[in-house]
Ligand binder design. Structure first.
Ligand SMILES: C[S@@+](CC[C@H](N)C(=O)[O-])C[C@H]1O[C@@H](n2cnc3c(N)ncnc32)[C@H](O)[C@@H]1O
Length: 295
């Protein structure tokens, strides 16, 4: 099997495991409470990783954020460029995006409710100067089609960012405690890069300086101050089906001593791996970044 097929097989295995353990997906899995967690003040002080991303974007640019969610990155970017467009299939994320935009008084951003793979047109999806996707590739089965569309839509640059431990796996320890088996491997940069190479794309890859923050602000995260808040924080991620919330919370309580260390700053989670953000970027049409397709 080639790298693109391997990638698809991993995404299918993740979906298969989730359906077996959690049942069919509810509509708009990214909506509701989850979408609220992805929202962040567009006028906050931005961290070093965002500054690296912003260094690729010029004031006159249209910035397309594919799967931009609640605008965590595209709304601050709108304050630094001509226009930002978020293309995302989640109406719940769209609602948070629009509210955040209105609250911050941002007028040069827009939301397109669509799956990137469903966007037609000879040239691909929504057109922009810089086309970006953060923390989306983990979920994309046909990664070659997705990446080709990113490239066809960008006049100057494509940027994909993701975590060195894919964010859906940050809670793999909790997943195993609740579901009694290892979480299926979610594809990250180690699987994405060979798939891109197979398409003849030779990107620049950078590991960004800032370690994990929960909300993009360069201060230590606020650790939960009470045991109840710690349990709630552990159970809040997308790894736990909403209808398994009680079961998840019970398991976290049972294993509390192992999962949290009580420190002066609060209850510090012990299961989170040390992850770095990975930035993968290339220029559409640049011959030095488009090698022979050896797939
Ligand atoms: C983990 S969230 C990341 C949101 C945002 N990029 C961020 O980093 O804050 C994943 C987002 O990808 C979106 N998504 C998943 N598959 C997608 C696809 N095929 N096309 C566009 N967006 C997609 C989801 O709706 C969700 O909003």
């Amino acid at each position: 099997m080639g790298a693109i097929e391997d990638y698809a097989a991993l995404v299918e295995a993740v979906e298969f495991q989730r359906e077996r353990l959690q049942g069919p997906l509810r509509p708009d899995i990214w909506g509701g409470e989850i979408a609220k967690r992805f929202r962040a003040d567009p006028k906050r002080e931005m961290d070093d990783n965002f500054q690296v991303l912003a260094s690729f974007v010029r004031p006159d640019d249209v910035f397309v954020d594919v799967g931009g969610g609640a605008g965590r990155l595209s709304l601050p970017m709108a304050l630094r460029c001509r226009h930002a467009i978020n293309v995302d299939p989640s109406s719940g994320m769209g609602q948070e995006f629009q509210e955040s935009m209105a609250e911050a008084g941002i007028a040069n951003a827009s939301f397109v409710l669509s799956d990137w793979q469903d966007m037609d047109g000879a040239q691909g999806g929504t057109q922009g100067d810089v086309v970006h996707a953060a923390n989306v590739t983990y979920y994309v089965r046909d990664i070659d089609r997705f990446a080709a569309k990113l490239e066809a839509s960008a006049s100057r640059r494509v940027i994909i960012t993701l975590w060195s431990v894919p964010s859906p796996m940050l809670n793999a320890v909790l997943f195993k405690m609740v579901y009694g088996e290892e979480q299926a491997v979610v594809p990250g940069h180690a699987q994405l890069l060979p798939a891109l190479w197979e398409m003849g794309i030779l990107p620049d890859v950078r590991f960004l300086p800032q370690v994990t923050t929960f909300d993009g602000v360069p201060v230590p995260p606020n650790y939960p101050q009470s045991k109840d808040d710690a349990v709630e924080m552990a159970s809040a991620g997308i790894w736990l089906a909403t209808h398994h919330r009680d079961r998840g919370e019970a398991v976290v309580r049972e294993n509390f001593q192992e999962l949290f260390e009580e420190c002066p700053e609060g209850f510090v989670p012990q299961w989170l791996p040390d992850a770095r953000e990975v930035l993968i970027t290339w220029e559409p049409g640049n011959p030095s970044q488009h090698g022979d397709n050896h797939g």
